[in-house]
Design a binder for this molecule. Sequence first.
Ligand code: DAT
Ligand code: MG
Length: 148
Amino acid sequence: MERTFVMIKPDGVQRGLIGQIITRFERRGLKIIDMKFVHVSRELAEKHYAVHKGRPFYDGLIEYITSGPVVAMVLEGSNAITVARSTMGATNPADAAPGTIRADFGIEIGRNLVHGSDGPETAAFEIGLWFGDDRPAWTRDVDRWIFE
Ligand code: DAT
Ligand code: MG
């Protein structure tokens, strides 16, 4: 099983889409391992998006992600990183496939509603950054009908 970090960005929270977005991940079969509502500090935002520092969109990205509360979560499943990102859709909602979160709820790249880790190292870093190390496991009884 793989774990990934997913965040519902401030536009998703402001627009009242928390429930609908979480539902997309839940119904796919991803298991929620941890979740919290966060008022993102500038310090946390800068650590989270450190790889993008210096890019033209960086300042706007930090502004956006600190502009209101977000919902942060750790999701688990087989291929959780790829599966979460395919559920989200392409970075720019204008290019995202219909049926994905970004296509179904968004239209512009700077308001793309969700974040998902892009690889195993990023996932480990982001889970640690947002949640720390302590993560109790739990048994989901339906798992045997979702995972082989
Ligand atoms: P993703 O969020 O799909 O992993 P990313 O890591 O390349 O995409 O970029 C992080 C965020 O930065 C992305 O969700 C939206 C914003 N962003 C990326 N490229 C951009 C661009 N060319 N113009 C404006 N915003 C951009
Ligand atoms: Mg990314």
